[in-house]
Design a binder for this molecule. Structure first.
Ligand SMILES: [Zn+2]
Length: 207
């Protein structure tokens, strides 16, 4: 099999998925709020909470921002707006942020699935370097790494630092919490960025 072959006859039947969800929903089209609302990490109280009704799938999907390299705003950014760059990667640490938040972009216009094996390996090493640099900052309990890719066509990987001891922010709910916490003071954030940059400048080897 070559890389261009479709590997199987498998299909995700989206129409059937939506139909099942709607059949399981209440008469107003809303499914009941699930057990996630009982998680101790869930940001919202169950009382008064309700799901939105499922919308129809949009096919083809609307384009993301920066799909085209020729007009990509991320490609057009000068190195000066990034906290750290090298020949392949650019790391931004722009504030204000409620928890330390970094975004890693490749210098060239690619999405995740465009990476060849060498570039994929390089991305993996770079993710570990950034994670290690951020995790070393006192007060950081854990570094969360995310790639969603729904908003922008230029690959970008998020790093969120969960504050040490804030176990209520553990796991997948932390990005929701970040929208509800005040911004870090500028001097505190600037020092964290400088610390991460210094660790990256020190090189890839484990300290
Ligand atoms: Zn781009």
């Amino acid at each position: 099999m070559t890389g261009t072959d479709h590997p199987t006859d498998a299909t995700l039947d989206v129409a059937a998925l939506v139909a099942r969800a709607r059949a399981a929903a209440g008469p107003d089209g809303r499914a009941a709020v699930g057990g996630i609302a009982d998680w101790e990490t869930f940001p919202f109280e169950r009382e008064g909470l309700r799901l939105r009704a499922l919308e129809d799938p949009v096919v083809p999907e609307p384009p993301r921002r920066d799909e085209d390299a020729a007009t990509c705003s991320r490609c057009a950014l000068p190195d000066e707006v990034f906290a750290w760059t090298d020949g392949t990667w650019r790391l931004s640490g722009r504030g204000p942020v409620s928890v330390p938040t970094f975004v890693l972009d490749p210098r060239t216009h690619v999405d995740l699935g465009d990476l060849d094996d060498d570039a994929a390996g390089d991305l993996g090493r770079m993710i570990v370097r950034v994670e290690r640099a951020l995790a070393a900052v006192p007060g950081v309990g854990r570094v969360h790494v995310h790639r969603w890719g729904d908003g922008n066509g230029h690959l970008h990987v998020f790093f969120f630092a969960r504050p040490d001891g804030m176990v209520q922010l553990r796991g997948l709910v932390m990005p929701l919490w970040t929208h509800h916490l005040p911004a870090l003071p500028d001097d505190e954030w600037d020092a964290i960025v400088a610390s991460v940059v210094a660790a990256l400048e020190a090189g890839p080897a484990r300290a």
